[in-house]
Design a protein around this ligand. Structure first.
Ligand SMILES: *Cc1c(COP(=O)(O)O)cnc(C)c1O
Length: 398
């Protein structure tokens, strides 16, 4: 792998092609009426991202509001048990409890800079919806969140949170009434409200420029961790960098900080929703990537105990990194994730999100094998805290 990695290191995880391509993936598959809107977002993002004032506004909010930088915590007891050095990047510690706030603060600031009055968002379990509603409240923007009817029933607490934060939650009654349908509905609604509204996408998915832009807003995870690893590790960088992959934003943000180092990058999908292991190329929600599909080319539902990993597609850049061999993607199942969550809780006193527990599960499984040899150093991103999963873990739902 390393032989192939070095020549590419300078070019991977930079800007996609002008058409928004990462290799054969990505692009912009939207109705004609949304092409100008996507272009407007693209131009606005480019201008903002190279404007030091925008950068310092965002950095200021991430510090004073979200609570960055987040800690890098050595997992002492777990490391001793496993025979590998485990460092945890603590996105569970930021405001609202997951990395999603990094992205929504960036996009909400951008929306305001573009003169938009309103955020549109899709949500599955409600984590991105809560983050979007939070950023909207902070910046004085309206917020409408599209959510499948089934998810509304399953995630009553987050629906309540969004409403308390001033957002309107719109039930989506089409299809399977879950995240996939909420994304479709949000895109449809954007067509009719595009003058006033900004579509705030929740992961490294959607039409160009979203996968690239969201990765850039999340790279603060990887950039911070890189600097922190330089202090903690004699070698300066870890041997392995591990993160869970739903749409892929916390993993993309983490990987971006290490893609030019020799670190092996490992993305962990939920076994029941693993387009990088079980998918085929296809188009959904405005972009081309690996997708779960049945024999007739219909999109297959993903199934995972962790709602944040329950998406049939994956960010196009991950499909590209996989094809290049620069990152490797593996799976962990529900039982392994629950076991990992319990083990981390007992050994380190950290109750992480079920999504994040998939990343921990791979470390538990691989430690001491040729996949993750004894004596290695491994950085694991904990994408969020586990409070939202307590009803599931207590057996009250699913
Ligand atoms: C939403 C979510 C995820 C999955 O999203 P990515 O875009 O793959 O990062 C993972 N962990 C938590 C805590 C989440 O809320």
């Amino acid at each position: 792998m390393d032989v192939a990695v070095r020549p590419q290191a300078a070019t991977v995880m930079r800007e996609p092609s002008p058409a928004g391509r990462f290799g054969e993936y990505g692009g912009r598959y939207v109705p004609e009426s949304l092409v100008p809107a996507c272009r407007e977002v693209d131009e606005a993002f480019r201008a903002a991202w190279s404007d030091p004032r925008f950068r310092s506004q965002l950095t200021g909010l991430l510090r004073a509001y979200a609570g960055r930088p987040t800690a890098l915590t050595p997992a002492w007891r777990l490391s001793a048990e496993l025979g590998v050095t485990v460092l945890l990047k603590r996105e569970d510690l930021v405001h609202t409890g997951s990395h999603k706030i990094n992205n929504v603060l960036g996009q909400a600031l951008l929306a305001r800079r573009m003169g938009k009055k309103h955020l549109l968002a899709e949500t599955g379990a409600g984590q991105h919806g809560v983050a979007a509603a939070t950023a909207a409240a902070l910046l004085g923007l309206g917020c409408t969140v599209f959510m499948g009817e089934r998810d509304i029933e399953r995630q009553a607490l987050n629906v309540h949170r969004m409403r308390m934060l001033g957002a309107t939650v719109v039930p989506v009654t089409t299809g399977s009434r879950t995240l996939k349908d909420a994304c479709s509905e949000a895109l449809r609604h954007w067509v009719t409200t595009v003058d006033d509204a900004y579509y705030c996408v929740g992961s490294v998915i959607g039409p160009h420029p979203y996968p690239w832009m969201v990765r850039e807003f999340q790279r603060v995870i990887g950039d911070e961790a890189r600097a922190q690893c330089a202090e903690h590790l004699p070698a300066g960088t870890p041997d392995y960098v591990v993160a869970c992959v739903g749409g892929g934003s916390n993993a993309a943000g983490t990987f971006a900080g290490f893609v030019d180092t020799p670190a092996r990058l490992i993305g962990v999908e939920a076994a029941g929703g693993a387009p990088l292991s079980d998918g085929v190329p296809g188009v959904l929600h405005g972009f081309r990537s690996q997708l779960l599909q049945d024999d007739d080319g219909q999109v297959r539902e993903a199934h995972s105990l962790s709602a944040g990993l329950d998406y049939p597609g994956v960010g196009p850049e991950h499909a590209y990194l996989r094809d290049l061999g620069r990152a490797r993607y593996v799976t962990a199942d529900d039982d392994e994730a629950v076991a990992a969550l319990h083990r981390l809780a007992r050994t380190e006193g950290i109750l992480c999100a079920l999504e994040s527990a998939h990343a921990v599960a791979w470390v538990l499984r691989a430690a001491g094998t040729p996949e993750l040899p004894a004596g290695s150093t491994v950085l694991v991103t904990l994408s969020g805290r586990g409070d939202k999963d307590m009803p599931t873990l207590m057996g009250e739902t699913c």
